[in-house]
Ligand binder design. Sequence first.
Ligand SMILES: Cc1cc2nc3c(=O)[nH]c(=O)nc-3n(C[C@H](O)[C@H](O)[C@H](O)COP(=O)(O)OP(=O)(O)OC[C@H]3O[C@@H](n4cnc5c(N)ncnc54)[C@H](O)[C@@H]3O)c2cc1C
Length: 589
Amino acid sequence: METLKTNMVILGGGAAGLCAALGAVQVSSSIRLILVSKGLIGKSGSSRMVQGGFNAALKGDDSWKLHLEDTLISGEFINRQDLVSTLAKEAPRCIEQLENWGCFFDRKEGNIHSKTFGGQTKSRTVHRKDFTGIEVTSKLFDQLLAFEEQVLFLQECRALQLLQNESGAVAGVIVFDIRKGTLYLIQAKVVVLATGGAATLFSVKAPPMEKSGDGMALAYRAGAQFVDMEMVQFHPTGLVVPGTLLNGSVVEEGLRGIGGKLLNSQGERFMERVSPNHKECANRDVLTRAIYREVKEGRGTENGGVWLDLRELKEDVIKDEFPNMWKRISLLGKDPKSDLLEVFPTAHYMMGGIRINPYGQTSISGLFSVGEDAGGVHGANRLGGNGIADSVVFGLRVGQNAAIAAINESELQRNFQLSLEKQCNQLKKKLQSPFLNEKGVNPFYLRKKLEETMSQLAGICRNEQGMISALHFIEKLKEWHPRTYINGNLSYNLALQEWLNVENLLIVASLIIHSALLRRESRGAHWREDYPEKNDRDWLSNIVIFKERDQEEDHQLKTKIEPVSFTMMSPETVNSRKSILPPETKLRS
Ligand SMILES: Cc1cc2nc3c(=O)[nH]c(=O)nc-3n(C[C@H](O)[C@H](O)[C@H](O)COP(=O)(O)OP(=O)(O)OC[C@H]3O[C@@H](n4cnc5c(N)ncnc54)[C@H](O)[C@@H]3O)c2cc1C
């Protein structure tokens, strides 16, 4: 085991982690930090996969207020308004900063070009064709390499446990080197969680598998608070290609923005019926429910999807603006000019997460969170293009604030709850334990069962009975988990990684369900067939959920239901400004 001491540790090498690191080194040349990433830095996580683009109100007819308004309407008004206004105000400046760091966004006639994305009153999604994520993460990492003296990069290393001092403040982290099978004990003044959520909990999903709720599980064990964990976004158009790795991969929203249509098996363009004004450009939650209904009511395709029709789009536009989509469709052996594509909603993004303030501070001293790990920005439904904007805007901001907190903390903590030696020994013992079982459950089997349970009982459409059954099954999986058998040794062992993933995913799954059981209404991504209506009277509220630091079990979860604070805009304000709003975004209560 190697011991390291530093000012701050950032966990996660996606856009949020990279921006947090860049934000931190800008504060002072004396800052020293360690950037730990389970995957390759800048090449792992969802950020790299961002196709559509980055929302920023750049055009003359647009403004941060309209961006804020669209985001709140889409989030069905349970977003935290101070976070949304920060996002909308700072996004344009971040685009400028990204350009200065070398990102090429597409331009037309000299101006930055933007796409039309669902639920937005203006076209404000800035992009680099349909590989915006590659452009952004590569250039962010290139920038950070200039600070090699200040930043130590630990790649293919996963955080396993936060270190807490006697009063519960976070003061470091224990990290597992996936390649070597050894531990790093890192003492630090602050830790930033940017590990990117856990939308991989479902059978059909879009994010990469290494995102397994690790940051959320670390925060949960440390006693942090979570907000609106029931809000899990499904992207309406995931490809249906059963038995292949392309199953669940996203067909970019911009293709619907330029005229792609959804058809049921009877050839009906059903969005004309469901959302006559917006059709395929409706919000993601509206489209997801509509597609789900078509399939459940028997108007789906043989593989349980609906058709995406791109035949009327211009071939050169698809090839030029969506080269990756063209390639992906070709990989399926299809021609977008003559063939229909089969699609169904795919698990995509977690809107709920660790509760933060606009400085990224969690409820635990010394612990910050940013990006998809953190909750509150997107409310009940994230707008496409607001995810990468969230990671970049808050990444830079939270990195700076965490660095300032580290500077203000004069000394590294030395008084830990448990001696560091004891904590490391306990972890080593735990990592060895599945190798000592002579037989037992396979971790990949546990993962499959968990995904099936979440998809069937706590996915797009939920009800109380189903979710209670899901919770019972999750408890069983938690009992099976210590009985896992793994062959081999600690070094580069994928089964061991999956065993650790499942342990964390089980925590996140149970937080999602506990929160979803509490919210007795349907709002945004949270659709309860036993409470099908949105209920603004009782539920314009956030659900906060956590366990006390010293509690072992999650059946002692604490919950609070807190009314939303309408500091910028309320549902009434918006209804009175309906001239600038598309009709079906009016509140339905
Ligand atoms: C297919 C797809 C397309 C998308 N398209 C868009 C789009 O067009 N526009 C948009 O705004 N948003 C889009 N999103 C959402 C967007 O990708 C996310 O909002 C954003 O990238 C999240 O950034 P992040 O840094 O929080 O997490 P990620 O980019 O997912 O990064 C997480 C990082 O944490 C690391 N990590 C995980 N666990 C650990 C651990 N235990 N220890 C250390 N490191 C760890 C991972 O290896 C990774 O480096 C898309 C998402 C997907 C999946």
